[in-house]
Write a protein that binds this ligand. Structure first.
Ligand SMILES: Nc1ncnc2c1ncn2[C@@H]1O[C@H](COP(=O)(O)OP(=O)(O)OP(=O)(O)O)[C@@H](O)[C@H]1O
Length: 289
């Protein structure tokens, strides 16, 4: 088993959540077969993870703290080597690809975003182009124009010339997503992209993912909020503490029994007439009264 260095993420501009984009309308297929992983001298983190994801689809991965969601994403982007199983993008096995090739296909926004960069936000974001640049080449004017356009779209223009290190956790998270979009991968993974966000920015992020799907991206995100899966109403993966992974449509895999067992908490699913999906509500023990 090989644990690759975190530092590679910066060099190759792989960022953590997963999004897949159809480059120039090319359709993309991510195929995960019988994927199992264990840290050294530890019980398996997960076993036999199986799913396919296509361009324009999203996969929301739910699971309690420590279940292995980040570990699974790290295996998908080839930062961790699984004990067994395969990950293929358009039939190419990811473990046979070099870091630059992986970064051209997959953009990864990790959960822990380092605050050590002294670059301006604009320069940090444009580094998303790194997988396409030669050793001595520079980003082009069009690359900076795209950066400025995305900063504007995400409401972050006023921070363009600020130091990345001075941003708040939530601002860094959104800037990291923009850097991933500049990377124009075929696949983007987002690990808890809403973790540092206020409630408004959480839902804006979910809406952004809907937009990205429409543009042809496929998105994989981890979250602790089942409502994100219910809103996106697409593929959902449930990773239990036991390492068992269940994959299916949100409406087929999310139910009250599953939620209560997964989170060891009194949760209900409620219909909201104005919405065409259910929402998850904490019952505060009312179900046990
Ligand atoms: N480098 C490592 N070596 C050994 N064990 C590890 C390592 N990294 C993580 N773990 C363990 O693997 C398990 C899964 O961790 P992981 O971070 O993937 O879970 P998670 O579902 O993403 O958790 P959270 O929701 O709290 O972010 C945990 O028990 C964690 O302690």
């Amino acid at each position: 088993m090989t644990i690759k260095y975190f530092d590679r993420i910066n060099r190759s501009s792989i960022l953590c959540l997963i999004i897949i984009k159809a480059k120039d309308a090319i359709s993309v297929k991510l195929e995960v077969k019988n994927l199992s992983f264990a840290y050294p001298k530890s019980a398996p983190t997960f076993s036999n993870v199986n799913f396919d994801l296509h361009s324009g689809e999203s996969l929301v991965i739910l699971g309690p703290n420590g279940a292995g969601k980040s570990t699974l994403l790290n295996c998908l982007v080839n930062l961790l080597t699984p004990v067994s199983g395969t990950v293929k993008i358009n039939d190419a096995e990811i473990h046979r690809m070099n870091p630059k090739e992986v970064a051209q296909e997959m953009g990864y926004v990790q959960q822990q975003l380092l605050s050590v960069f002294s670059y301006s936000v604009r320069d940090y974001v444009v580094m998303g182009k790194a997988p396409y640049l030669g050793m001595f080449s520079q980003p082009r004017k069009e690359d900076y124009e795209k950066v400025d356009q995305l900063l504007e779209e995400f409401g972050l223009s006023q921070f363009a010339n600020h130091s990345y290190a001075d941003l708040s956790g939530g601002q860094r998270q959104r800037v990291a997503i923009i850097r991933t979009l500049i990377q124009t991968p075929s696949i983007i993974l987002l690990d808890e992209p809403t973790a540092h966000l206020d409630v408004g920015n959480q839902y804006k992020t979910v809406e952004k993912i809907k937009e990205l799907k429409k543009q042809g991206y496929a998105v994989i995100m981890t979250t602790h909020n089942p409502d994100h899966a219910l809103i996106l109403d697409d593929k959902t993966g449930i990773l239990e503490a036991s390492g068992r992974f269940t994959f299916g449509e949100a409406k087929d895999v999310i139910n009250e029994k599953m939620l209560n067992e997964l989170y060891q908490c009194d949760l209900s699913l409620k219909e909201v007439p104005e919405l065409n999906h259910q929402i998850c509500v904490y019952m505060g023990g009312k179900n046990n009264d």
